[in-house]
Design a protein around this ligand. Structure first.
Ligand SMILES: C[S@@+](CC[C@H](N)C(=O)[O-])C[C@H]1O[C@@H](n2cnc3c(N)ncnc32)[C@H](O)[C@@H]1O
Length: 240
């Protein structure tokens, strides 16, 4: 197969936070693939990249991928998506697969990549990195991520939200980034309160998107689950 596929990180929300390389790949593509979003609504990645896509000239294909950890359900979905992509790429030479933030940070592309490689080992694939959600959140909230020799750790919040774990992590790392925080926000708030860290954190929701909400005052948050596109950064080190 002569086709080329680029997995493009389109940044966390603001369409202008795409890289120049990513923008060029999107604009040069004959076919644009995007994962369906969690809420079954149009793909978030597609909505972010919309200003850079010409639907008259470019074919847009959304791929339904179930949001579950059940590999029994996921594997057939990756396989079906890979089949659709390879069929499209038979007639359209240049494809891009859009991802939120950076493609290799909790992105879906690696699963697809495995299936694509098995089916079409000669398909040319490249990854174009993107600005991560936590980089954009730190920038918007004016919070340094690391300084000098400090260390930073990035975790999926769904697994690491008790006070003892957070306290232990903050003895080893100056900054802890908790991704996928929305559904477990109440336990994160409890842990931060118990650990005396409530004034050392930033909460960021839908950064760069409609409904953006970023605060360093976590006391104003009620202990309720928040949207999926949200994260918390906890920092022991100096805060500005
Ligand atoms: C599947 S991961 C994708 C991460 C993405 N590849 C990145 O580089 O940031 C989804 C998680 O990323 C974070 N996220 C992505 N976009 C975000 C945004 N615009 N605002 C806040 N958090 C976001 C949230 O923690 C969300 O639960």
């Amino acid at each position: 197969m002569n086709a080329e596929l680029a997995a493009v990180g389109i940044g966390p929300g603001d369409p202008e936070l795409i890289t120049l390389k990513g923008l060029r790949a999107v604009q040069a593509a004959d076919v644009i693939f995007a994962p369906q979003s969690r809420d079954g609504d149009a793909s978030i990645a597609l909505r972010i990249a919309a200003p850079w896509i010409d639907p008259e000239r470019q074919r847009v294909v959304t791929l339904p991928l179930p949001m579950t950890r059940d590999s029994g359900q996921l594997r057939p979905a990756w396989q079906a998506a890979a089949d659709v992509m390879l069929t499209e790429l038979q007639t359209r030479q240049r494809g891009v697969y859009l991802l939120l933030g950076d493609p290799l940070l909790y992105g879906t592309f690696v699963y697809l990549w495995r299936e694509l490689r098995e089916r079409s080992p000669n398909l040319s694939v490249r990854i174009i990195p993107g600005i991560t959600s936590f980089a954009a959140a730190a920038a918007a909230g004016g919070l340094p991520l690391t300084m000098a020799d400090e260390r930073l750790i990035v975790l999926p919040a769904s697994y690491e939200t008790d006070a003892a774990t957070l306290q232990r992590l903050l003895t080893e790392f100056a900054t802890v980034v908790l991704m996928k925080a929305g559904s477990v926000l109440p336990s994160i708030l409890t842990a931060l309160t118990q650990a005396g860290l409530l004034d050392h954190a930033l909460y960021a929701e839908r950064v760069g998107l409609e409904g953006e909400f970023i605060t360093r005052d976590l006391r104003q948050l009620t202990p309720q689950p928040r949207p999926y596109l949200s994260l918390v950064i906890v920092r022991r080190g100096e805060c500005l």
